[in-house]
Design a protein around this ligand. Structure first.
Ligand SMILES: NC(=O)c1ccc[n+]([C@@H]2O[C@H](COP(=O)([O-])OP(=O)(O)OC[C@H]3O[C@@H](n4cnc5c(N)ncnc54)[C@H](OP(=O)(O)O)[C@@H]3O)[C@@H](O)[C@H]2O)c1
Length: 212
């Protein structure tokens, strides 16, 4: 049940970001920020499942190990190195075709520096607290796209697409291709601490609060 709960919003968000918004193609390079986090870990799994080469950015060695375990092809620890340089080096200077960004702030700004020609940056969230206000001439000059994603709106705008994604996701889960990362199961009394740990950026995958 905990994994099923974790599958829903995290993987739906990653699915709509990568497939519906960014139209990720096999062989493309996908850059995932906060790759050991809730939606980030789903994006790594779904990027791999889509045949993309996945570059994961994480904060710290423990999260780097998690991202590697999830199947990322290259992991960059943002606390130890410059992800912009790493993406450029890994792509021969071309940059990432698709960027999955739930962090904003410096993650977004850096992404605009290493996004490929005709690349797509999907704005998923602002976990860093910084909401970027990018100069739009940069998107024109470098020929990339900025795509917003608000997954919750699909429930009213296109519920059939949510159901179709759910079918695909449950098939991938049944086949073992994706597996929601649940790193803590806590009783209801631990809910406030759990939320604080997420806010502090200390968790990996999903923290599941059990009702009983
Ligand atoms: N657009 C949508 O439809 C949609 C749907 C679901 C979630 N979201 C959003 O996506 C974001 C991530 O959600 P999540 O559930 O994946 O959360 P999460 O697991 O807590 O991931 C957030 C990660 O952001 C990274 N981070 C970078 N700078 C940070 C900072 N200054 N403070 C805290 N964390 C920082 C941390 O990972 P590292 O240390 O590894 O960098 C942290 O673990 C949230 O803003 C959420 O609201 C959006």
């Amino acid at each position: 049940d905990a994994e099923a709960a974790a599958l829903h919003i995290g993987h739906q968000t990653a699915w709509f970001a990568l497939h519906r918004r960014a139209a990720l193609r096999p062989g493309e390079t996908l850059l995932v920020h906060a790759a050991a986090g809730g939606v980030g870990s789903a994006a790594v799994q779904l990027g791999r499942a889509a045949g993309a080469r996945v570059i994961a950015v994480v904060g710290g060695p423990a999260k780097a190990a998690v991202a590697k375990e999830l199947g990322a092809d290259l992991v960059v620890d943002r606390s130890a190195g410059d992800f912009v340089a790493a993406v450029k080096e890994a792509t021969g200077g071309r940059g990432a075709d698709v960027v999955f960004d739930p962090v904003g702030g410096a993650a977004f700004t850096g992404s605009t520096k290493c996004v490929a020609f005709e690349g797509r940056i999907v704005v998923v969230g602002f976990a860093s607290g910084g909401i970027p206000a990018p100069p739009l001439n940069h998107a024109l000059v470098k020929n990339y796209s900025l795509l917003g994603l608000h997954w919750g709106l699909y429930g009213t705008h296109d519920p059939q697409a949510v159901r179709a994604a759910h079918e695909q996701l449950t098939e991938l889960a049944a086949a073992g291709v994706v597996r929601p990362l649940v790193t803590a199961r806590l009783p209801l009394t631990g809910a406030a601490d759990a939320v604080q740990q997420v806010a502090d950026g200390l968790t990996t995958g999903r923290v599941v609060v059990l009702g009983s």
